[in-house]
Write a protein of this length. Structure first.
Length: 357
């Protein structure tokens, strides 16, 4: 089927130009389009398929949760390392590395948020919104996996060559202190996440959220709480039973926990990184905005993609009323763009291709 729009005032060359611009928009490396110009002999019509830049606001809630986790993990990691020096507990050492990894995670997440706000360039005409997805993926794959591998290695080593734990009071006190700080961090993350969940279950929030930082922090904090609990149980059992093998069991449990979290996060961040469409709710809003126009006969095709948490790309093939003139089609396209952005404020770029019946 030939792509184009048969209306008075547009030549066949104009139809081809409209189609070519839409189909090749992903290869654009020049400055942001301020309009598409359709030319015919002795006349020029400016078509309002504008790509307007909506300034992205920093996610204050995300940063608050990240900073709370960073402060908690920095303090906990120092305390755990001191505790390991006195107790020689492998579970405490694994938790120390876990906290260092978590603190590094938060630093990378903050860096991703900052770098994603850079202005668009010729090489990256749609901006750097996916930086947030990339660094979240790095966090999930590299740091979590590295923490899991280290904990599993230490745990297996302790199972094969168990050593008694000394100064149990140090280990127990530091782990309880860590639980308190992690509880504060998790509480902050949950409060901020609840502002975005809007009735979603926690599983739905983690798997469907387009903002990567809060799901990462929530899972990190939950993993940290469970890891501390495993380490505390292992230390107490080693003390009560007099068998240091429980320290190794606790360390292996921490490693398995980190590996599970790494797999869950890597899977979700991978999906966001390669590109996800908008939620069903936002897609319905966009479809209603287009169908609600009196100038539109029907939607032929609609595609969306998140180029960042607050940066949505919308491309639509639309059949307009055949009685419209070229100028009226251009006006209708401008109105569609404005209406789409009003119902879904995160929409950043809109491309509408007129399609013939």
């Amino acid at each position: 089927m030939r792509i184009g729009l048969s209306i008075p005032g547009l030549t066949g060359g104009c139809e081809a130009l409209v189609a070519e611009i839409f189909l090749r928009l992903r290869f654009a490396t020049s400055q942001r389009l301020s309009g598409l110009v359709l030319k015919k002999p002795n006349a020029t019509i400016t078509c309002g398929v504008r790509v307007s830049e909506r300034k992205k606001m920093a996610a204050a809630g995300d940063k608050k949760a990240i900073l709370a986790a960073l402060i908690a993990n920095a303090g906990i990691s120092i305390a755990k390392f001191v505790g390991f020096i006195f107790t020689h507990s492998s579970a405490l050492l694994a938790e120390s590395v876990h906290s260092v990894a978590d603190a590094s995670n938060q630093f990378l997440l903050l860096m991703g948020v900052q770098r994603s706000n850079r202005p668009a360039t010729k090489e990256h005409p749609f901006g750097y919104g996916r930086e947030r997805y990339f660094w979240s993926f790095v966090v999930s794959v590299v740091l979590f996996t590295a923490g899991a591998v280290f904990a599993l290695y230490e745990g297996i080593e302790k199972l094969l060559h168990p050593e008694p734990i000394s100064h149990y009071q140090w280990a127990i006190g530091i782990l309880v202190f860590g639980l308190i700080l992690e509880g504060f961090s998790l509480r902050t993350a949950i409060i901020e996440a609840n502002k975005l969940r809007k009735g979603q279950t926690w599983r739905e929030f983690v798997t469907k959220s387009k903002k990567p930082e809060l799901p990462v922090v929530v899972l990190e904090d939950m993993g940290a709480m469970l890891g501390l609990a495993f380490a505390l149980i292992a230390v107490v059992l080693s003390k009560v039973t007099g068998d240091p093998i429980w320290d190794g069991v606790g360390t292996v449990s921490i490693g398995v926990l980190l590996a599970i979290i790494a797999i869950v996060l890597a899977r979700e961040m991978y999906s966001l990184l390669i590109g996800e469409g908008v939620t069903e709710k936002n897609r319905s809003l966009i479809e209603e905005a287009i169908d609600g126009s009196a100038s539109v006969s029907r939607i032929e095709n609609l595609r969306t993609q998140h180029l960042g948490p607050e940066h949505i790309l919308v491309g639509a093939q639309v059949v307009f009323d055949s009685s419209l003139t070229a100028e009226e089609v251009c006006t209708a396209i401008e109105e569609l763009e404005a209406q789409i952005k009003s119902v879904v404020p995160d929409v950043h770029s809109v491309f509408v291709e007129p399609k013939s019946l």
